[in-house]
Design a protein around this ligand. Structure first.
Ligand SMILES: [Fe+2]
Length: 486
């Protein structure tokens, strides 16, 4: 990458945060090194996080979607200390590229070379297992778009291999976002088949990793999906119709251009949701939204007693692929101002009456919200609080510098905001409800001080700021995480 010294401080900091690659870590942070105290209610549990941990590969900057999965575990111990363990996910492509010291496998958004003839064909899918991490039974699952999740040993974080659930999803690209229906003690998976139409297969897995329910649906055309929501009776997907950019597709096949650059959202169409029956096979309900809507992340969904469906969702009014996180290409620095051009993601509550084909919606926060999280045992149910990552400047969403708290039951309550110190960036907030009123954990990247901080906020009141700050070496910006109480 060209020198960062010519960049403004924010751009320089963002590039340092994206490029950080401290490798495998095993660190203990003593209570004396922690600002404040780790709340007793959190001790014994850990925060997990996954995201690209190696993006500058042999002199090429991989798009963050193509960076190697790097799982971080902040274990909070009973004596008030913290153990940080971090490991790369031992995927096939990670092992190959770690041995070679350079990119060997073409990704969604990154070619292995600027010379087109070195990019011909696709070979091994670049499943870098870098997007999500969650505990299910005796395994951790590191999810990725377009392939199978990888299973990790929960204690050592060593990679056990791709997890097909005993063959149930072999060969079926499965969304990185998996959901926990605590009411039914099930893990929900969605596999996606793309073609002239989009084939969806939802599977529900019990605690013993058995697939106990399978539902299929077909949506017309090509649909982008990264996340879904659910209620007791429905699976919910954003419409997100895609158009092929045929010229770009031809260039991609010929070795220049990328898969991500070959598609674009079809923004001539209205925003829609698809509601797929969960309890029995039946017709998909297509719901037209009041505005254009491109969905990356859902907050939650639930049903009222009369069958009304309520969906909390982060929606772009318009979107294009390729410049996520300010990515500008394999040889040039990230530009953190690029996401500003597409406008903020807005957090909406959509309401769909029984039998309706349209929704109404209202905005839930004046900020541009992404990475929404609710009570981990309330997914699919009515729940009082939603947390998300945001920017204090309401015109924009990311890179995030703040955490937002939205009271879903008391709509008159002001939306709370905690903004991290100037020059830093925040990741996804993880909400941990507990006997102490609940906490929100968020990793703050402070690249100019070469450190990251796990900040712990009171879920009920952000005004006092973090009650504990655990400082560690600078970690790369992560995507998604989870709280593992065990
Ligand atoms: Fe995501």
């Amino acid at each position: 990458m060209s020198s960062l010294s010519s960049l403004d401080p924010r751009a320089r900091a963002w590039n340092l945060a994206m490029a950080a690659s401290p490798g495998n870590l095993d660190l203990t942070i003593d209570p004396a090194q922690i600002e404040g105290q780790v709340p007793v209610a959190l001790r014994g549990g850990r925060m997990l996080s996954n995201g690209p941990g190696w993006t500058q590969i042999g002199g090429r900057i991989a798009h963050p979607f193509d960076g190697h999965g790097y799982v971080r575990s902040f274990q909070l111990l009973e004596d008030g200390s913290c153990n940080l363990k971090a490991r790369f996910v031992g995927t096939r492509v990670y092992k190959d590229e770690a041995a070679a010291g350079r990119m060997l496998h073409r990704g969604f958004a990154t070619n292995v070379s600027d010379s087109f003839w070195k990019n011909l064909g696709f070979g091994v899918p670049r499943n870098v297992a870098n997007t999500t991490i969650l505990r299910w039974g005796t395994r951790l699952l590191a999810g990725w778009e377009g392939g199978l999740p990888h299973a990790l040993d929960p204690a050592s974080l060593e990679t056990l291999g791709e997890d097909s659930f005993d063959g149930a999803i072999t060969g079926q690209p499965t969304l990185a976002h998996m959901h926990h229906d605590a009411a039914r003690q099930r893990l929900l998976l969605c596999s996606l088949g793309m073609g002239r139409n989009t084939t969806l297969t939802f599977r529900e897995v019990d605690r013993d990793r058995r697939v106990v329910q399978t539902r299929q649906a077909t949506l017309p055309g090509s649909v982008f999906a990264h996340d879904f929501a659910f209620t007791p009776r429905w699976y919910i997907l954003g419409g997100n119709p895609l158009q092929m950019k045929w010229g770009a597709l031809a260039r991609m096949v010929a070795g220049s251009g990328t898969l991500l650059g070959s598609v674009r959202p079809d923004d001539g169409k209205p925003g829609i949701f698809h509601l797929i029956p969960r309890e029995e096979d039946g017709p998909v309900r297509t719901i037209t939204l009041p505005d254009k809507c491109f969905v990356v992340h859902f907050g939650n969904a639930f049903e009222r007693d009369d069958g009304t469906v309520v969906i909390d969702v982060c929606a772009f009014a318009r979107f294009d692929f390729g410049e996520e996180f300010g990515y500008t290409g394999p040889n040039t620095p990230f530009d953190p101002s690029l996401p500003d051009a597409r406008g903020p993601q807005k957090l909406y509550r959509a309401t769909i009456a029984p039998g309706a084909t349209t929704a109404t919606w209202e905005r839930l926060a004046p900020y541009g919200v992404d990475f929404p999280r609710v009570h981990p045992h309330h997914e699919g149910q009515d729940t009082p609080l939603l947390f998300g990552a945001t920017r204090a400047d309401t015109r924009y969403s990311d890179p995030f510098d703040s955490v937002v708290r939205v009271d879903l039951h008391d709509r008159g309550a002001p939306v709370q905001l905690w903004t991290a110190p100037a020059g830093t960036f925040v990741g996804e907030p993880i909400y941990v409800p507990n006997s102490d009123g609940g906490h929100v954990l968020v990793i703050v990247s402070d690249p100019l001080q070469a450190r990251s901080t796990l900040a712990i906020l009171r879920a009920g009141d952000f005004s006092a700021g973090p009650m504990a700050r655990i400082h560690v070496p600078l970690l790369p910006v992560a995507f998604h995480g989870d709280w593992d109480p065990a």
